[in-house]
Design a protein around this ligand. Structure first.
Ligand SMILES: [Mg+2]
Length: 243
């Protein structure tokens, strides 16, 4: 496999997914653990690239801040429904509330053991990693998808997760927004991700002459591949340890 890139830190803007990319996927979003050195390496990398580092996650900004506390990072939360270029900015209510009827319809998809709803307020995520194969009937999902579209929302199909979110927001759109702003602007974006929802970000890299690293799988738009989060973390550590 091709070795991971050695980007010029003075010219690169880093965009990093969290779950499955920096961290190993856990059975539930709350059972995640941050390796002790990861936060230190991210802070060191941010210092080396003049602040041009953002986390780009399906988690909300509030949740991301909780994971890395007391450190705070520039970030896109809830698959781009929340974008915070300034790590110290207050998280505002920058999203449209999910209509009650749509919320009920989506929540009703949960009818088997091992399925559960994670209410992120900005979005609703239905996790089915622990459910039996075929637990989520495609016909029922399609019906919810139609109702969502009518209300200006859409369904995002992730890795054993289905997410209801505002239409038109995704990780690719978030990456483009960051790239119009300092300290990201004028740099070459590097994005690392692992999930189908990261495809939107990989797809934007072509226009921006960006560098893509896919973790645990290959992706159109990602010229590099890491086998797993551990390898990606090792690569990050080496980047900040080099003189
Ligand atoms: Mg991920």
């Amino acid at each position: 496999m091709r070795p991971l890139p050695a980007p010029d830190l003075t010219q690169t803007a880093f965009f990093l997914d969290i779950d499955g990319t920096l961290l190993d996927i856990a059975p539930t979003p709350d059972s995640i653990t941050i390796p002790p050195s990861l936060t230190d390496d991210l802070l060191a990398l941010r210092a080396r690239c003049a602040g041009a580092l953002a986390l780009v996650s399906g988690r909300t900004l509030e949740n991301i801040d909780g994971l890395f506390a007391p450190a705070r990072f520039a970030a896109a939360g809830a698959h781009g429904a929340q974008v915070r270029p300034d790590p110290d900015a207050v998280i505002g209510h920058m999203h449209r509330p999910i209509p009650f009827e749509l919320r009920s319809l989506f929540t009703a998809l949960v009818d088997q053991p091992g399925m559960f709803i994670e209410d992120k307020e900005v979005t609703l995520a239905l996790h089915y990693r622990l459910a039996a194969e075929g637990a989520l009937a495609p016909a029922r999902v399609a019906a919810v998808e139609e109702a969502a579209a009518r209300a200006g929302f859409s369904l995002l199909h992730g890795k054993k997760v289905l997410e209801l979110k505002p239409a038109g927001t995704d990780k690719g759109a978030a990456l483009r927004t960051f790239m119009t702003l300092l300290p990201f602007k004028g740099r070459r974006p590097l994005f690392a991700g692992d999930d189908v929802t990261d495809g939107y970000a990989f797809a934007t890299l072509k226009d921006l002459d960006g560098i893509g690293i896919a973790v645990g799988r290959s992706f159109p738009g990602a010229a590099y591949e890491a086998s797993n989060p551990s390898q990606l973390r090792g690569w990050l550590h080496n980047l900040v340890s080099a003189p």
